[in-house]
Design a protein around this ligand. Structure first.
Ligand code: ASP
Ligand code: MG
Length: 419
């Protein structure tokens, strides 16, 4: 008998009718003869609403109490879904993260899972029960309730799947799979039958906002076959996410994403001497600011200075401005320039490894469309270009043509393209 982990997100559980619909999807899997563990998120916008409540009381609520509060959302879902499954005549039991034994680090609000106990899960499965586990939450060795960061129940599901070495981990949501790009911008974007963990990670990071990146990292680390599929179209198998070695690669570029959530910071005319980049990024790390693209220019010989440019999340800009003066003092640049008019367009594909022509195809396409490139960054399987916001959609559409990412099927998928 196979063990299957199913995960359902907030939209699939937004009201009691939808919860009953999820119960049917769970029972359907059980009827196929599988053992089933279900991981759920909080209903609809519950987590956002809980956060709003907290902020009505306190501007800076403590992380411990926020975790205590936010973890209640998933607890509502597990109880209601378990009741719905029991109503259908099946034996089911709900469990919180603590009851399962999902052990995390001693950090609140974005704890990593360090271990998952499997004895209680196995015991219930042995009794033929369907288990409904609260996602997004865990417990520390000291007994404190923690959460894994927003969107973290994908990661709970994959971690449980890895701990039990299950046959499949199906992530159900309101999207039908992974698309070559955002179908709202390119209506003919195609749904992918499969994608590699590596490509999915790059796409997740560059803004294809469908899966929690840490869930894909965990799936990759433990080779968990993962599927992203729709909870409203149960016959549709969605997209399978697997190891790159298991895939047949036909095209150099698998997908394209556009991220509209970053700003570019340029530290201008930094004296070219050892230690400056180290000082700068140590300071950014001290203020817990994640940096994405980083570029240091060639040193100008007349004054022996160069520019260091990087991108940060728009949400971190206020925090960055809070310690801008410290950077001025530390590095003595002529100016710190902030550019909010940027969108990052990235092409991703395991098939671009060892194919040097792909970058030129990308840049030539943008040139043909008269789109100026402000910054470029690459990895083995990704090329990202910063462009002006108003050019982002044009760039996406043209690149889809060049790399044959548009096709017949169209559907709605979440994304972070400019409105
Ligand atoms: N309920 C949590 C959130 O909204 C976790 C999740 O949905 O995965 O972030
Ligand atoms: Mg969610």
């Amino acid at each position: 008998m196979s063990v299957i982990v199913q995960k359902f997100g907030g939209t699939s559980l937004a009201d009691t009718d939808k919860i009953k619909n999820v119960a049917r999807a769970v029972v359907r899997e059980k009827k196929l003869g599988n053992d089933v563990i279900v991981v759920v998120s909080a209903m609809g916008h519950t987590t956002d609403n809980l956060i709003k409540l907290a902020h009505q009381i306190s501007e800076h609520p403590s992380d411990r109490e926020m975790d205590m509060l936010m973890s209640t959302g998933e607890q509502v879902s597990i109880a209601l879904l378990t009741m719905a499954i029991q109503e259908m005549g099946y034996s089911a039991v709900s469990m919180t993260g603590a009851q399962v034994g999902i052990l995390t680090e001693e950090t609140h609000s974005r704890a990593r899972i360090v271990d998952i106990k499997t004895d209680k899960l196995k015991e219930h499965l042995g009794e033929g029960k369907i288990i409904i586990v609260a996602g997004f939450q865990g417990i520390t060795a000291k007994g404190e309730i923690t959460t894994l960061g927003r969107g973290g129940s994908d990661t709970s599901a994959v971690a449980i799947a890895a701990a039990l070495k299950v046959d499949r981990c199906d992530i159900y949501s309101d999207v039908e799979g992974i698309y070559t790009t955002d179908p709202r911008v390119v209506p003919t974007a195609q749904k992918l039958k499969e994608i590699s963990y590596e490509e999915m990670l790059e796409l997740a990071r560059v803004g294809a906002n469908v899966l929690h990146p840490r869930s894909v990292e965990t799936a990759k680390q433990f080779s968990v076959p993962m599927r992203l599929r729709s909870s409203f179209k149960l016959d549709d198998l969605g997209t399978l996410i697997i190891g790159v070695n298991e895939m047949e690669i036909y095209k150099p570029v698998t997908g394209l994403a556009c991220d509209n959530s970053q700003v570019r910071v340029v530290i201008c005319d930094v004296p070219d001497k050892p230690g400056n980049a180290g000082k700068l990024f140590t300071l950014l790390a001290k203020y817990e600011l994640s940096v994405d693209m980083i570029i240091q220019s060639y040193a100008r010989s007349h004054d022996n200075t160069n520019d260091i440019a990087f991108t940060i999340s728009k949400d971190d800009l206020t925090r960055f401005c809070g310690f801008k003066d410290e950077i001025m003092k530390l590095m003595n640049p002529s100016n710190i320039h902030i550019d909010e008019d940027i969108a990052k367009v990235s092409i991703v594909g395991a098939g671009m490894i060892d194919r040097p022509g792909i970058a030129s195809m990308m840049f030539e396409t943008l040139a043909r469309e008269n789109v100026n490139i402000k910054m470029i960054a690459t990895s083995e399987i990704k090329i990202s270009c910063l462009v002006e916001k108003f050019n982002a959609n044009k760039a996406v559409q043209a690149l889809c043509k060049t790399f044959e990412l548009d096709g017949a099927e169209a559907a709605i998928v979440k994304g972070t393209l400019p409105d």
